[in-house]
Write a protein that binds this ligand. Structure first.
Ligand code: 0X9
Ligand code: ZN
Length: 419
């Protein structure tokens, strides 16, 4: 047993998978730990640079799903056999799954593609369509929304925050929402777009939320990565900036300047969790944080959408210590979960998921002073988790919007109608 664990650890020096774009023979496994020992084995396993973690948890009974290259398969199976750990093979050949999903996506596009500046929520939209939609809203609802350009991505795409504000002087307590920091988590931008759709296109039914609260919403923080997942490689996670070295891309959610790279982040540019050459090395995270600092005195809540696994996470991700206001964070997270048709697990990132420093949620709380800061891991789907089929987008985004309303009502009660 020791020998095999050692072997596994020794192969940590093996080539990383980050530069690769053909996943023939790659498999995806799921393990549900039954006890502390199995959890420990999983923790060792997910540290391997060639293991791409798709969802994971530190809790017994919660699945860890990960992809491994064919070269690692035998070692992995020995490790699991020796430890007597059952597993499921979710995907036999990742490349085949990618191709199948591409076909599904093309079919949804053939049926639903509508170039009139609207979003159908029946397909995953390309970045240009998303930008066009935001622009269209500013034309249709000039008194309700405005677009703020906060900078450009590495490849030169505009990073645009939609400010939604009705009534008041645009200086009200605010909620900051973003999505798409991880390129492959497509349901995240879709969810953020649905929040925009409800608040703006369904203004009459949601007016209390925009009359009392200002919203700053950025649907795709990492547009270069997002486009790359549409055009080249579906499972890309990072940004697309070169590191002056062999591999491309930084994990933008390890790049924020708060306990940067202290834990759960890699120094290897080829790893999926590469923290960047320095904090805020990425144009996208630098732009987001500069803008957030400029409005920080108003922002009362930060929601950042990821996938997958159904978790409502609050800080900290850099330490297992809990923030002083954990009771409030926890209670609000639970209140949101209570209205969801899905079952979300609520807790601090480090305690329910894994420790990982440099995340946007920790930075918003720790540096920008936005105490109520959450990462929401949306439901997964499809065979790969990230490939929730287009036919399920509506159901997930509608469910999530119910939770967003709970968060917003709380901000309304606490900071506006608090007499
Ligand atoms: O690892 C992440 O960045 C997030 N999970 S994901 O599977 N979408 O990649 C979780 C981030 C939780 N927050 C912090 N660790 N700060
Ligand atoms: Zn993510």
């Amino acid at each position: 047993m020791f020998r095999i664990t050692l072997l596994f650890i020794l192969s940590l020096v093996a080539l990383s998978l980050a530069n690769q774009d053909d996943y023939t023979g790659y498999k995806v496994y799921k393990i549900v730990p039954k006890n502390e020992d199995e959890l420990k084995t999983i923790q060792t396993l997910i540290k391997h640079p060639q293991v791409d973690v798709w969802t994971s948890s530190k809790l017994i009974g919660h699945p860890t799903v990960f992809m491994v290259p064919p070269t690692l398969e035998n070692q992995l199976k020995s490790l699991l056999r020796v430890n007597n750990m059952p597993y499921d093979t979710l995907i036999e050949d990742v490349q085949r799954t990618i191709i199948n999903e591409k076909n599904e996506q093309a079919e949804a596009r053939r049926i639903f593609d509508d170039r009139s500046g609207r979003i159908s929520f029946k397909q995953y939209e390309r970045f240009d369509t998303i930008s066009g939609y935001l622009r269209n809203l500013t034309n249709l609802h000039p008194n309700l929304v405005k677009l703020v350009n906060i900078g450009k991505s590495y490849e030169g795409r505009d990073l645009e925050v939609l400010k939604i504000s009705s009534g008041g002087n645009g200086n009200k307590p605010a909620i900051f929402v973003d999505g798409g920091i991880h390129a492959r988590e497509w349901i995240s931008p879709a969810t953020v777009l649905y929040i925009i759709n409800r608040l703006v296109e369904n203004y009459s039914q949601n007016s209390a939320l925009t009359d009392n609260i200002d919203w700053y919403i950025l649907p795709v923080i990492n547009p270069d990565g997002y486009e790359y997942t549409h055009t080249k490689f579906r499972l890309w996670r990072k940004t697309r900036s070169p590191n002056g070295l062999s591999c491309v891309g930084t994990d933008a959610n390890r790049n924020f300047d708060f306990h940067w790279k202290e834990i759960g982040a890699s120094s290897d540019p080829c790893d999926e969790t590469f923290a960047g050459l320095k904090a805020f090395s990425e144009k996208e995270t630098a732009a987001l944080s500069n803008f957030a600092l400029s409005i920080k005195k108003n922002v009362k809540l930060y929601l950042t959408f990821h996938s997958y696994g159904q978790y409502i996470l609050y800080p900290w991700g850099w330490t297992s210590a809990l923030p002083n206001d954990v009771d409030e964070l926890d209670a609000l997270g639970r209140k949101a979960n209570a209205v969801s048709g899905y079952k979300y697990t609520v807790g601090s990132s480090t305690n329910v998921l894994y420790a990982a420093a440099g995340g946007s949620d920790d930075w918003f709380k720790g540096v920008a002073g936005v105490n109520l800061s959450y990462t929401i891991e949306l439901p997964g789907g499809g065979s790969a988790g990230f490939d929730l089929p287009p036919s399920r987008i509506e159901e997930v985004v509608q469910d999530t919007y119910k939770m967003v309303k709970v968060f917003a009502s709380y901000i309304d009660k606490k900071f506006v109608n608090n007499k």
